[in-house]
Design a protein around this ligand. Structure first.
Ligand code: ADP
Ligand code: MG
Length: 212
């Protein structure tokens, strides 16, 4: 029972649409698991249910041994880097990364320290005072990653985080994310429709098709 994330016969319906169909998946602590499948196969819906932004129509989800289906996202202690989860344009890089810590009411000194550590992780220590528009696409993606990692979540969810980047940068970021996974020992649930990306990064690949 050492699975950090466990889905048991999880189903999600949107009216007539069966987005996820009795999906069962157990993920080990420290594992890098990728959901790979075509558009519309239920990958994002699955991540949203793990994160707590969607509730399954049926089935159970356990995180760290606890049944979380009725637990709100901010109490699940999960890091998220989604393509749609853009940086806040009116905030500095420092404030963007500090945001999850402020939400959790951490004190100022700790925020300073933890933001510095997160910036170091993604090798952008000098960029705290800039605004997102003053960074390249790849740098912004690394900041989004730093924001997801800043409160040391045991599980990190990533939904096509590199989709907007060109090929060269994407391959570079794949290696950086892989390196972070190995050095932090964090559990990663990664989503992509790119087969070579999945093969490069994953310990295990879950192939998704029509919600299964
Ligand atoms: P993927 O991420 O693999 O592209 P999704 O999980 O986004 O797939 O979608 C799975 C299916 O569920 C698709 O048919 C999609 O149209 C449908 N779907 C997703 N979200 C909603 C929603 N909020 N309302 C209705 N249908 C949805
Ligand atoms: Mg998707």
């Amino acid at each position: 029972m050492d699975h950090i994330v466990s889905l048991a016969k999880v189903t999600k319906r949107y009216g007539e649409v069966l987005a996820v169909d009795e999906l069962s998946l157990d993920i080990d602590r420290g594992e890098f698991v990728t959901l790979l499948g075509p558009s519309g196969s239920g990958k994002t819906t699955t991540l949203m249910m793990i994160a707590g932004f969607e509730t399954p129509s049926s089935g159970l989800i356990h995180i760290n041994g606890e049944m979380v289906v009725f637990k709100p996202p901010h109490k699940r202690n999960i890091g998220m880097a989604f393509q749609s989860y853009a940086l806040f344009p009116h905030m500095t890089i420092f404030d963007n990364i500090a945001f999850p810590l402020k939400m959790r009411r951490r004190d100022k000194k700790e925020i300073q320290r933890e933001v510095a550590r997160a910036l170091e992780l993604v090798r952008l220590s000098q960029y705290g005072r800039r605004y997102p528009r003053q960074l390249s696409g790849g740098q912004q993606q690394r900041i989004a990653l730093a924001r997801a990692l800043v409160y040391n979540p045991p599980v990190l969810l990533m939904d096509e985080p590199l989709g907007a980047l060109d090929k060269k940068l994407r391959e570079h970021m794949q290696l950086e994310i892989k390196h972070l996974h190995e050095s932090l020992g964090i559990t990663v649930v990664y989503v992509t429709h790119d087969q070579s990306e999945a093969l490069t990064m994953s310990d295990r690949i879950a192939l998704m098709n029509e919600g299964r």
